[in-house]
Design a protein around this ligand. Structure first.
Ligand SMILES: *Cc1c(COP(=O)(O)O)cnc(C)c1O
Length: 393
């Protein structure tokens, strides 16, 4: 297992790389070089650390969920990324990348969004820095995440509906890349997960790994050791990578929980790592959901943030290296877990995070007596309409 990845070419083993139009190669090279310089600058690192603490609210707590633990027989800690400003882990990445954009003198920001959390986190940091912001969002997601669309507009962003393909996250990424090919001279693309062409998977992981670093520190203070297991949901894979990466060199068992879709509809297929196969998609080689001809297949999940047919290349590497166990939780079990956590702890989790909780609830006996950490990637306010059955999927 190597924490030195990706290599010089942007590969995690056989995954990752850079599969993009000619016009983007230069800008990706520039981004890679700027990120290296950025990481070497004490001045920007100090400023980012200050924003993470005083603007975003880090460190987020590591909370012992007493009543949930009593119910399950598993001692459960929750890493409270739901308490981060704007309500999810996304801000760790957008704060880092907006400072990187400023470092590179880019005046315009574009982003893609699924559930709208990354769009809100991007619009937020653009307001903070006074930069123009354009967010691409699938029309289906716009319909099911109306509150986040309103938030982005209030923050001064332009939300562009994407009506191609399945009108969800993957189509929004395509549109953002199309914009960037034309605009990269003055525009930075704040990509929202550990996906896309090199160096994005590395940049986003570096900005998210603070989740796992804090967790190790906090858990050691409370328990004097490392956890028996760590769980995180996996869409593109950024909250999981941020949690897992600092654990990669330890022997703590890590579980990435993907969306299983509707239990009565086996064709939903969001389980990229357990049902997919390697291929090239949106700039990188990774596991993806494809047919025999390499065509990407439609996926479905109750949570817009997990509705993505591929996954970050580092997860594909961890899977093949047997470092992380990838499992799934279906829509119904995630909704039930959301209800359980809300009723027992007074914490309304995002439907994405509910998949990680749901997997543990479905497998309580396996982890009986263990002390574990679940990364609670976000809060559920954005999902109220779906949870209450008011929004049709
Ligand atoms: C966006 C989002 C996810 C999925 O994205 P990852 O890159 O896999 O982390 C999970 N949880 C929440 C709350 C989100 O907003």
């Amino acid at each position: 297992m190597s924490n030195m990845l990706p290599d010089m070419r942007g590969y995690f083993g056989e995954f990752g790389g850079r599969f993009v139009p000619e016009t983007l190669i230069n800008v990706l090279n520039e981004l890679e070089k700027s990120f290296d310089n950025f990481q070497k600058s004490d001045e920007v690192k100090t400023e980012l650390a200050d924003l993470l603490e005083n603007y975003a609210g880090r460190p987020t707590p590591l909370y012992f969920a007493k009543r949930l633990s009593e119910k399950t027989g598993v001692r459960i800690y929750l890493k409270r990324e739901d308490l981060l400003h704007t309500g999810a882990h996304k801000l760790n990445n957008t704060l880092g990348q907006i400072m990187l954009a400023r470092f590179m003198n880019k005046k315009r920001i574009i982003a893609e969004t699924g559930a709208g959390q990354h769009g809100v986190a991007t619009a937020t940091v653009c307001a903070l820095m006074g930069l123009e912001c354009v967010v691409y969002m699938g029309a289906v997601d716009i319909a099911r995440q109306a509150t986040n669309v309103k938030r982005m507009k209030l923050l001064g962003a332009t939300v562009v509906p994407v009506t191609s393909g399945s009108q969800t996250l993957k189509d929004a990424v395509n549109e953002a890349l199309r914009d960037w090919v034309k605009s990269c001279q003055n525009t930075h693309y704040i990509l929202g997960s550990v996906t896309g062409p090199h160096p994005f998977p590395k940049i986003v992981r570096e900005f998210q790994k603070i989740i796992g670093e804090e967790t190790i520190r906090q858990f050691k203070l409370k328990e004097g050791r490392l956890p028996d297991a760590v769980f995180a949901c996996v869409g593109g894979g950024s909250n999981a990578a941020g949690m897992f990466y600092p654990f990669a060199e330890t022997d703590v068992p890590l579980y990435g929980v993907e969306a299983g879709g509707r239990s009565h509809n086996p064709g939903d297929h969001c389980e990229t790592l357990t049902q997919g196969s390697p291929g090239i998609f949106q700039g990188a080689r990774s596991y993806l959901i494809q047919d025999g001809y390499g065509q990407v297949l439609p996926v479905h999940s109750v949570s817009a943030g997990l509705d993505y047919p591929s996954v970050g290349p580092e997860h594909s590497f961890w899977k093949d290296a047997n470092r992380v166990t990838y499992v799934s939780c279906n829509d119904e079990d995630a909704l039930a877990a959301c209800d359980t956590l809300t009723k027992l702890e007074g914490i309304l989790p995002a439907l994405e995070s509910s998949h990680a909780v749901g997997y543990l609830l479905q497998n309580m006996s396996t982890f009986k007596g263990k002390t574990v950490v679940i990364n609670l990637s976000g809060r559920g306010d954005k999902d109220l309409g779906i949870i209450l059955g008011e929004v049709k999927l």
